[in-house]
Write a protein that binds this ligand. Structure first.
Ligand SMILES: [Zn+2]
Length: 363
């Protein structure tokens, strides 16, 4: 299955939006600024790629391997719609999500309605839809930091999960437990400071690069990242396919909030379908919970974030997601979901306690 190649008109349109974002971020010298940023950020993202690749070596996930190989070829051949303002790795994540979504559509007519998509290089961590009628379709723009923020937040959380394989002798993904020894808590607190300073305040302009060490941690990371990218992609695509009012003009707050729930539901249904098709395990359905937690902290700590009026509170979206998960899950997965929910609430408390302490001492 191929991702459609966009027309030159669409590429020109995408590039104009990307240039504007760069101009807004860096001013007129944006091209020089980009040259400074690209090498280091690419190294950082190459590292993710290497990690993801190492997870595919054991051959237990042919679909993922095939998709990644396709993407790599596409990226090098420049077949994908890749403008010079787009990060190769961010675009690859996006394309992987689109390919997986295309394979998982619950209604074949959706294939015709999939919007165009592109990345923006800015320091924002969200996605937006532009209802511009290129090829009669809207375009979704994913801000680049959306992916790296989720990557780093997942790492933060995963460092606190204990690998219990040796103790229980059974599948270690089913019995989530917390690592709350003083050494781990010290490391996580330090990493939380990095995360907070970079993503939630302007204190640091250095991208944090704390690493995970064990195959257990890296495995969970790969699954959660895959799941979160899919969920975000499917949510935004849901807005377009469900023909929501993309400009937001003339729409009541209540309608806009309902559209958010509808897009979440659309993404949930497709994520579950993806799990079935790709024979993924239930961990894939847990990624969005981490994403909602990341968002809740963002609402709390990013100054001037003006989403609360048009978007429902993230806590409500999280509750709805968990209710759905519990009502639709396979009976065999009930235990793992229950264990994970208990764990993630504690993880979230530990991380938000760290953030709260930094927040109160930071200017
Ligand atoms: Zn939305």
């Amino acid at each position: 299955m191929e991702i459609p190649i966009y027309s030159s008109e669409t590429i020109a349109y995408i590039e104009s939006i990307q240039k504007r974002a760069l101009f807004n971020t860096f001013g007129p010298a944006y091209e020089d600024k980009l040259a400074e940023i690209f090498p280091s950020t690419n190294m950082f993202l190459d590292h993710i790629e290497t990690q993801l690749e190492s997870e595919f070596k054991d051959g237990n996930d042919d679909l993922k391997y095939e998709l990644e190989a396709q993407l790599k070829n596409k990226a090098t051949d420049e077949i994908v719609n890749l403008t010079k303002y787009e990060f190769t790795q961010h675009k690859s994540i996006l394309n992987a999500a689109e390919l997986k979504f295309r394979r998982s559509v619950v209604d074949p007519k959706y294939l015709e309605q999939i919007p165009c998509s592109a990345t923006l290089h800015s320091f924002e961590t969200n996605a937006e839809i532009h209802p511009y009628p290129t090829e009669d379709k809207p375009t979704i723009f994913f801000h680049g930091e959306l992916f790296s923020a989720n990557l780093m937040f997942c790492k933060l959380i995963i460092q606190l999960i204990q690998d219990t394989k040796d103790e229980t002798g059974k599948d270690h993904y089913t019995s989530f437990r917390i690592k709350d020894d003083p050494e781990t808590l010290k490391i996580v607190t330090l990493n939380a400071i990095y995360f907070y300073n970079y993503y939630y305040s302007d204190i640091s302009d250095t991208c944090p690069s704390y690493n995970l060490s064990s195959p257990f941690e890296n495995n969970i990371l790969a699954i959660f990242l895959d799941s979160i990218a899919f969920f975000i992609y499917a949510h935004e695509t849901g807005h377009a396919i469900l023909e929501h009012n993309l400009s937001g003009r003339g729409t009541s707050i209540e309608t806009m909030q309902n559209e958010e729930y509808e897009a979440d539901r659309f993404a949930m249904i497709h994520l579950r379908n993806y799990c079935g098709i790709a024979k993924e395990n239930v961990l894939t359905l847990l990624g969005p919970i981490i994403f909602f937690r990341y968002h809740m902290l963002r609402e709390r700590y990013v100054p001037g974030l003006d989403e609360v009026n048009t978007h429902p509170q993230t806590i409500t979206r999280l509750i709805k997601y968990v209710e759905w998960l519990q009502s639709k899950c396979h009976p065999n997965d009930e235990e793992i979901i229950k264990n994970f929910l208990q764990l993630e609430e504690r993880l979230f408390t530990i991380i938000s306690t760290s953030f709260e302490r930094i927040h109160t001492i930071a200017p």
